[in-house]
Design a protein around this ligand. Sequence first.
Ligand code: HAM
Length: 434
Amino acid sequence: MPAIAVKGTHDILGKEADGYRYIERVFEAVAQLYGYQEFRIPTLEYTDVFNRSTGEGSDVVRKEMYTFLDKGNRSVTMRPEFTAGVARAIVEHKLYATEDLPIKCFYYGPVFRYERPQLGRYRQFHQAGVECIGVNSARFDAECICLAMQVLGMLGFKGLHLKINSLGDEASRKAYRDALKAYFAEHIDDMCADCHERLELNPMRILDCKVEHDQEIAKGAPKMKDYLSEESEKRFYQTLSILNDMDIEYEIDDSLVRGLDYYGEVVFEVHAISKTGADYGALLGGGHYDGLLEALGGPQMAGVGFAFGLERIYNVMKDDGLLDDLEEGLDIYVMPVGESVLDESFELVSAIRNMGYTCDSPLAAIKLGSQFKKAAKKKAHYALIVGEEELQRGVAQLKDLEKQEQKEISLENLEEELDSLFGEDEHEHHHHEE
Ligand code: HAM
């Protein structure tokens, strides 16, 4: 039996990894435009970090964490999200006291959730996200949403649905939870086992139940907007009006409650259906929080953030053809003709790479026909054919593999030759621009 990957995990190989890297780089560039700095935090945290922040009322903490005892009998957890770890790091290093506020950080990497694998749902997946912590302001909430939308815009997404809702302040949420409890208590006998638990732990989660019959019941439930305090309502409209000013379209979604415990005030998600009709689920989710640092032993400080699911972004982009132009192909494929030129070819390959051009070679004197096939597989733009007689004259044949034109070039002037060649069609070789 050949070995297989763990259920719910997946390999990202070669071209696919190019796509992920491209998404991460666009994300990173936009985050930097907004003044964010990268945080790299451990994949492993003490389980307590998530229990205290992500929340014991959330499905993630209740049943989806990869938690185990290490050899020293400490309970540790493979992170199911970044927000808790970022808050832990800020508390641990007292950044709230030493850094200019708000602290703006971005991050990306693998996260782990023991969920049922299905379309767009993995057990090891990748997130890229930001947190903006230390200033309580509807404007920073709005700025965070702008950032998310700008990343998606730069990646070429069209037809996005930004869903937004307000969960209000603590008092609003308490009033709402009580109202939901009263409403669902009357229907709970007809609802799923999970909802029984949710009614006790966090009745707002019932609104997120995927069971059809339960969704029907949830439709008649009280609405959050009727329980918002005056202040939360004002704050929500302040965020919305900034989005209006920035021409960001959104849709207010009463049933958007989010799956993690720490949220308050504004929450949001972005959805997109790919051209193939596939729905991979929310591309990103995020929102405002007030008690996270405090829950981890720090001061009371507000924050706002979101995380993209990279698999979902990648899958929609792939279906929509937004990743088609990524492949740049190899600049030069060096083709040795005969054993006697192998050493010189090796040096030539190395010299070309040092000039900053991507270069490869079979490093063996195989048939020229096979070499052209290999070059085509690598989508090489040029072949540099190195023969013994030519080498003695200090020249080689440079073949444009697209135009099928060949010319002799002097190896002494190789760098100038290549610079003028690749300088000429910048649109294809933007990585050599400077
Ligand atoms: P989340 O909504 O749990 O939020 O996850 C964010 C994104 O991760 C989702 O929108 C989705 O794209 C992706 N995702 C979640 N679960 C899976 C899965 N099983 N397979 C593939 N992709 C998945 C958070 O994690 C919060 N920490 C976001 C945040 C940051 N809120 C404030 N700051």
